[in-house]
Design a protein around this ligand. Structure first.
Ligand code: HEM
Length: 511
């Protein structure tokens, strides 16, 4: 090409036209960005892709909020996400304006539909179907009724202690299987001995696969889903078929096992039997409501419990104080019960500190904005994704000094729970109309398992070949659910009387 040749007017227009269009588009985006809550500028068209790391983005959101304020916005490929980094903003939007902020984002709903997971209340859009599911679940878990599960929870704990006494070499497996057995028993009436690790594996697979699906927003584009499998980028059809099968298995498998137990006549009273007795509940609805309990309840509670074990190794002084309280209040002749909680403020404070320190859902579950709104003068666009930075709020040094340390004492005053300290449970379980319906049950589960484990076991560091203790760090995985990364530990029964207590506490119906 001869660059000395002058361009004619058509050529000039051909070059300028796309540039002018791009510039107008850029100005429009800039104008829209300025009316949103503040946040890093990002790059044209791509937005903040380079500002937000894949690994633990909640830590970066917290840093950004130090610079821009408690409500920040970021955008990726023009999809706006607003992140709430203070309890007051969460309260203003999710509680006070709950009619606007109670749905799930459109992309989440679309992906749930195409992967077959839309039966799960967690991802349903706000509306009548969600309301019907939620009401049935809540009937079984609200403060007035959650007490009906106390004895099953205690029974589950006794089984857990016995399993640890037998073999504590695979803590992750033992904890998850125990929490799964208790929830299967409560939900379906299935006896604990009929629950095997296959169910835990199924839930695991469901968690991993569904997280992978939600990570691929391109799936919301119908043409991407239609690319044949032999084309480059055409793996989605096969993947989608796999996800749909998994969703169906998660919905059906435990229910089938429950029906089997019903038919054999060895099922105990359960949420399934409660719901099937209810006049307005059809079988499909009961299946969905019960399956969601397992999908949402097992990994969250067992993941939090594993973090407790990690905390006890790195904070032996906390463990010792908890054990001293248990010795004084409960004594050596029995195991603790849920009714002991008011007399065990230190152990209660350990549970609160655990919910603050380890956040199993660090960014909660995304909410959507159903209609354009204005907040503190900012535009909250229709369809924006709104997230709570649960980790950020519960690690705010102004609310909780020295936030990375595990200090149950921060919740105590004059030997009692200090009501003036912000309760982590009011954020750790989300907020508004979508707040976790299993929260009272989860806190009870954590309390009874933590109190019982401290009562009879010592949790200590593992030792290396030279006999030196191996230090443990609180390192976590990234994702919708965040768990502690594998760590080494040693679990020892505290005394021969503790051993007899565990053995004798197991009753006939426990197995
Ligand atoms: C430590 C344990 C748990 C934690 C930290 C936790 C946390 C959460 C969070 C952050 C949400 C999202 C709330 C929102 O959208 O704002 C949620 C939703 C949910 N959780 Fe939990 N959860 C736990 C245990 C449980 C248990 C034991 C169950 C079942 C009994 C359960 C059932 C659900 C359900 C069904 C939803 C969806 C609610 C809806 O979309 O309306 N969770 N949970």
């Amino acid at each position: 090409m001869d660059f000395s040749m002058p361009l004619n007017i058509t050529e000039v227009l051909l070059v300028l036209f796309p540039l002018v269009l791009a510039f107008i588009f850029y100005l429009r985006c800039e104008h829209r960005r300025k009316s949103l809550p503040p946040g890093p500028r990002g790059v044209p068209f791509l937005g903040n892709v380079f500002d937000i790391p894949q690994d633990q983005p909640w830590v970066v959101f917290s840093k950004i909020s130090k610079e821009y304020g408690d409500v920040i916005s970021v955008s990726i490929l023009s999809q706006t996400t607003i992140i709430l980094n203070s309890a007051s903003a969460v309260n203003d939007l999710f509680d006070r304006r709950s009619s606007v902020y109670s749905t799930r984002p459109e992309a989440t709903v679309t992906i749930s539909k195409i992967t077959g997971w839309i039966w799960s209340m967690v991802v349903m859009p706000y509306g009548d179907d969600w309301r019907r599911n939620r009401r049935l679940l809540w009937q079984n878990f609200q403060p007035k009724t959650v007490g009906q599960w106390h004895s099953s929870q205690a029974q589950g704990t006794r089984r857990f202690l016995e399993a640890l006494l037998e073999d504590s070499s695979d803590l992750n497996r033992t904890v998850r299987l125990s929490f799964c057995k208790t929830l299967m028993n409560i939900t379906y009436g299935i006896p604990a001995q009929d629950v095997d690790y296959g169910f835990v594996n199924l839930l695991d697979e469901a968690d991993t696969e569904i997280c992978e699906a939600y990570d691929h927003a391109v799936l919301i584009l119908p043409w991407v889903r239609r690319i044949p499998s032999w084309c480059p980028g055409g793996r989605w059809q096969r993947k989608l078929a796999g996800w749909q099968q998994l969703a169906k298995r998660t919905l059906e498998a435990p229910f089938e096992r429950a029906q089997h137990a019903f038919n054999r006549g060895n099922a105990s009273p359960s949420i399934t039997s409660n719901l099937l007795d209810a006049v307005d509940a059809d079988a499909d609805l009961v299946k969905a409501v019960t399956a969601v309990i397992l999908v949402s309840g097992v990994d969250t509670t067992s993941g939090t419990f594993l973090a407790f074990v990690c905390a006890m190794i790195s904070h032996p002084e906390v463990q010792k104080r908890g054990q001293e309280e248990l010795e004084t209040v409960v004594g050596s002749s029995r195991l603790p019960q849920l009714d002991d909680r008011p007399s065990l403020p230190y152990v209660h404070a350990i549970v609160k500190e655990l919910l603050r320190w380890h956040n199993v859902a660090p960014l909660g579950v995304p909410h959507g904005c159903t209609q354009g709104d204005e907040y503190r003068g900012w535009r909250m666009p229709t369809n924006a994704t709104i997230r709570i930075n649960i980790w950020g709020i519960l690690h705010d040094p102004e609310l909780y000094p020295n936030p990375d340390a595990f200090i149950p004492e921060r919740f105590l005053k004059d030997g009692k729970m200090n009501q003036d300290v912000f309760d982590p449970a009011s954020i750790a379980f989300g907020a508004g109309r979508r707040v976790c319906p299993g929260r009272h049950f989860a806190e009870n589960s954590l309390f009874i398992n933590i109190a019982s484990m401290l009562h009879v076991f010592d949790i200590v560091p593992a030792v290396d070949a030279q006999g030196f203790p191996i230090p443990v760090e609180h390192r976590v995985t990234t994702g919708l659910l965040s768990t502690v990364k594998p760590f080494q530990y040693s679990i020892r029964i505290r005394s021969s009387s503790a051993k007899s207590l565990v053995r004798e506490s197991i009753m006939d119906g426990d197995r």
